[in-house]
Design a protein around this ligand. Structure first.
Ligand SMILES: Cc1cc2nc3c(=O)[nH]c(=O)nc-3n(C[C@H](O)[C@H](O)[C@H](O)COP(=O)(O)OP(=O)(O)OC[C@H]3O[C@@H](n4cnc5c(N)ncnc54)[C@H](O)[C@@H]3O)c2cc1C
Length: 369
């Protein structure tokens, strides 16, 4: 009962407060708007629900939060506005960071006073092969010296630290470190938020290494499993949003004396979109159950990631088609959802990577169950 109430309140918060300012949040002056939303979420008692209670969060376990993430993710900005975007860093730091790093960052991260970024992908290197990373980490007295470049580092322009993959390890690099530089912002299909960064002989204290050293890709794997599951839930929430827009338009738009909804070719769009959303949701729930139980979910995540990314692209495209020219202009969120859908097939592992890896794993077993 309480979960349903929270779900309704999150849906209402995203619909009433986040969706109306999405274009501001996609632009260069998002900071002030996000600060306003953060205060609103805090006063509504909806802030940082899946973050640990002892750090100032709501203390929801993963399984419960998964049940809310689709509603929260109906806007790509929902998780940031509601304070759950730091979940991946908080879990990673609690599991692998030194006392010093946890002391320095965890509480202010959960409070939303600072944000962090995560940098694996590099210019000139296939992001699909993180083991090929060229960023180096050299051991020196008291720590490490990192050198290299990263790009498409989400949020690095305003982050307090960036977790950097270098030499097979992950390091927490304060953005104020001498030698750390934001090289440029990289607009993605017109939206801001991605950055290229340089670490030029940046000294990082020994206690800023995550884990034991050399286990960066293993730590990244655990982080990505949760990150991809959450991303799938959010993409399904956004596909649902496009679906609702399509249905509303189809039932109200009259063409030559009848509603678009009466045309079989439009009904086909609606059916295929429904089929895609329901299938992707079922696959994502399977993955989420395994991730919440800390079991091997690689096959389920591979299926869910590809299904959710394709679904978002298919449904936004159908909704745009049913809207006609208006669906391409600024009066509906469809162009924004289409942009996110296009990035979905590349980020969090390009779809092809998941197709190959999943097929290889299943081929070895020879069964579909
Ligand atoms: C909006 C956005 C935000 C991002 N945020 C971050 C971030 O915060 N931190 C970060 O580190 N990275 C981030 N990325 C980068 C993202 O993780 C990479 O783009 C992704 O891993 C793919 O790497 P790549 O772009 O170098 O493409 P490549 O690895 O060069 O792949 C290019 C293409 O090759 C094909 N391909 C790749 N592998 C295979 C295969 N096994 N079989 C067949 N074909 C294949 C696919 O078509 C793929 O799209 C972000 C990207 C975007 C678009």
């Amino acid at each position: 009962m309480r979960r349903l109430l929270v779900l309704e309140r999150i849906s209402a918060f995203v619909r009433d407060h986040v969706q109306p300012v999405e274009t501001v949040l996609d632009g260069d002056s998002a900071h002030a708007e996000l600060a306003r939303l953060r205060e609103l979420a805090k006063s509504a008692g909806l802030w940082a629900l899946p973050l640990p209670r002892e750090l100032g969060g709501g203390g929801l376990d993963l399984a419960t939060y998964f049940g809310l993430a689709e509603a929260e993710g109906r806007s790509d900005h929902g998780p940031t506005a509601l304070g759950s975007a730091s979940l991946l860093d908080v879990r990673m730091f609690r599991a692998h960071a030194s006392e010093a790093v946890r002391e320095r960052y965890l509480k202010s991260l959960v409070a939303g006073e600072i944000t962090g970024s995560y940098a694996m992908t590099e210019p000139g290197v296939a992001g699909s092969d993180p083991a090929a990373s060229r960023t180096t980490a050299a051991r020196v007295a008291g720590g490490w010296v990192l050198s290299g470049r990263k790009w498409f580092t989400t949020g690095a322009g305003t982050a307090a630290y960036v977790t950097v993959l270098a030499g097979g390890s992950l390091f927490v690099v304060p953005t104020g470190s001498p030698g750390f530089r934001v090289v440029r912002e990289i607009p993605v299909l017109g939206a801001s938020g991605q950055f290229e960064i340089e670490v030029a002989e940046v000294f990082v204290p020994a206690e800023h290494l995550l884990g034991e050293g050399g286990d960066g890709l293993a730590i990244a794997g655990t982080r990505l499993a949760l990150g991809r599951t959450l991303r799938c839930l959010r993409w399904i929430g956004q596909a649902e949003r496009a679906f609702e827009l399509m249905c509303a338009r189809a039932t109200t738009r009259q063409v030559r004396g009848s509603a678009l909804a009466d045309r079989q070719l439009v009904q086909q769009h609606v059916f295929e979109a429904l089929l895609a959303i329901r299938s992707a949701r079922a696959l994502t729930r399977q993955a989420a159950e395994l991730v919440a139980a800390e079991q091997d979910a690689r096959t389920e995540i591979g299926l869910a990631k590809v299904a959710a990314a394709r679904t978002l692209q298919q449904v936004t495209d159908s909704a745009t088609q049913v809207f006609g020219a208006e669906g391409l202009g600024p009066d509906t969120p469809l162009p924004m959802l289409s942009r996110i859908a296009r990035t979905a097939r590349i980020l969090d592992g390009a779809d092809e990577l998941h197709v190959s890896a999943t097929a290889r794993r299943v081929l070895a077993r020879g069964r579909a169950d």
